[in-house]
Write a protein that binds this ligand. Structure first.
Ligand code: ZN
Length: 138
């Protein structure tokens, strides 16, 4: 397998130095995901404002480079947006990976596009997003 495209510079950077790593205490809500195929474990913490916007987001991961980088990149896109906007971003990201969607507005998350060639890694790339959805649902 040619991993050159899969492990691009952005992915390695976010794997080595994940952003927004850590725990948010209650009343922040949390959601977790586990990917047995790879062994990835991710927990996402979300603090929502009374107006329904995402104030803070963090995560903890014991996960591969793809999963850690995808979740780290995700956290950079969430501050100040609503739950609905976050879920729309999730759908856009999954469409980008599975249906060759254009990925407008995904920013550096487009670095994960190499996963298209490795369908077995799709769960790695989307695990953090499913944990986010669980956290948003409280
Ligand atoms: Zn993985």
């Amino acid at each position: 397998m040619d991993f050159d495209e899969l492990y691009q510079e952005i992915i390695l950077d976010h794997y080595k130095r994940p952003r927004n790593c850590g725990v948010l205490p209650p009343p922040a809500t949390r959601g977790s995901g586990f990917n047995p195929a790879c062994g990835d474990e991710v927990t996402v913490f979300v603090q929502q404002s009374p107006e329904g916007k995402i104030q803070s987001v963090s995560f903890q991961a014991q996960a591969c480079a793809i999963c850690t980088a995808s979740t780290s990149l995700m956290t950079l896109q969430l501050k100040g947006i609503t739950r609905e906007e976050a879920l729309a971003l999730q759908r856009k990201f999954i469409d980008f990976l599975t249906k060759e969607g254009p990925g407008d507005g995904l920013g550096n998350l487009r670095a994960l596009g190499g996963v298209r060639k490795f369908p077995q890694r799709l769960k790695c790339a989307t695990l953090g997003w499913h944990a986010l959805e669980a956290a948003l649902n409280g």
